[in-house]
Write a protein that binds this ligand. Structure first.
Ligand code: MLT
Length: 204
């Protein structure tokens, strides 16, 4: 997958996996990683799907309606890419924190829904429920921060709460952050995500 890897100053820190929104690319979220942890390694990936020229991480049938078969395939592809990247760049495969926005948050959530060891944690900006009706792996020890908009036209508050409870039922430690706004990524939610990240065990 097309990507950038920037080796961090502190090898004990997690590797931050950046996953952009629809129409974005691997450069979009680099400033976010800088805000969250400027000592950590960064792996920022471009989605392999092109929707009328707009990069995405999996196909959709309509806005908010996912192509489930492709989602499953692309989630596996990304998980394998992470295995390979960890070997190639020499970072700890078991210490990856995803930071995703919108479509990128959805594939990050899908990694958690399908693979027990894909991620150590995730910051999800405006995610949706990636799949329904499946049993999630046992995810004790994982931590997830969800930023959701009370007036998000793409993801309702109910869906954000549904995602929270699906993850909590798999024993994920979830922190919710609510914005009064819609689907956009705000500076206040990024500041809140950074505070949450700094409060995690490995930063104590
Ligand atoms: C998606 O397709 O992943 C969601 O609708 C979010 C988006 O990318 O617009």
């Amino acid at each position: 997958m097309k990507h950038v890897f920037n080796k961090g100053k502190d090898p004990k820190k997690p590797t931050l996996l950046l996953l952009h929104g629809t129409g974005g690319n691997e450069l979009d979220l680099l400033p976010l990683a800088e805000t969250v942890d400027d000592q950590a390694s960064v792996l920022s990936v471009r989605g392999n799907i092109s929707e009328n020229g707009m990069p995405r991480f999996f196909k959709r049938l309509a806005e908010g309606v996912f192509d489930e078969e492709d989602l499953i395939y692309r989630t596996k592809e990304l998980n394998q890419f992470l295995d390979n990247a960890a070997q190639e760049y020499g970072f700890d495969r078991d210490n990856i924190i995803a930071i995703g926005y919108s479509n990128g948050a959805n594939i990050a959530a899908s990694l958690l829904f399908h693979y027990q060891h894909a991620l150590k944690g995730a910051i999800l900006h405006h995610p949706m429920v990636p799949r329904r009706g499946i049993k999630l792996p046992e995810l004790t020890g994982k931590a997830v921060f969800i930023a959701a908009g009370k007036n998000d036209p793409i993801c309702s508050s109910d869906e954000s709460i549904e995602l929270q409870s699906l993850l909590e039922n798999a024993n994920v430690n979830v922190e919710m952050h609510w914005e009064d706004s819609g689907h956009q990524l705000t500076s206040t939610e990024v500041a809140s995500a950074s505070r949450w990240y700094r409060s995690l065990d490995f930063n104590q």
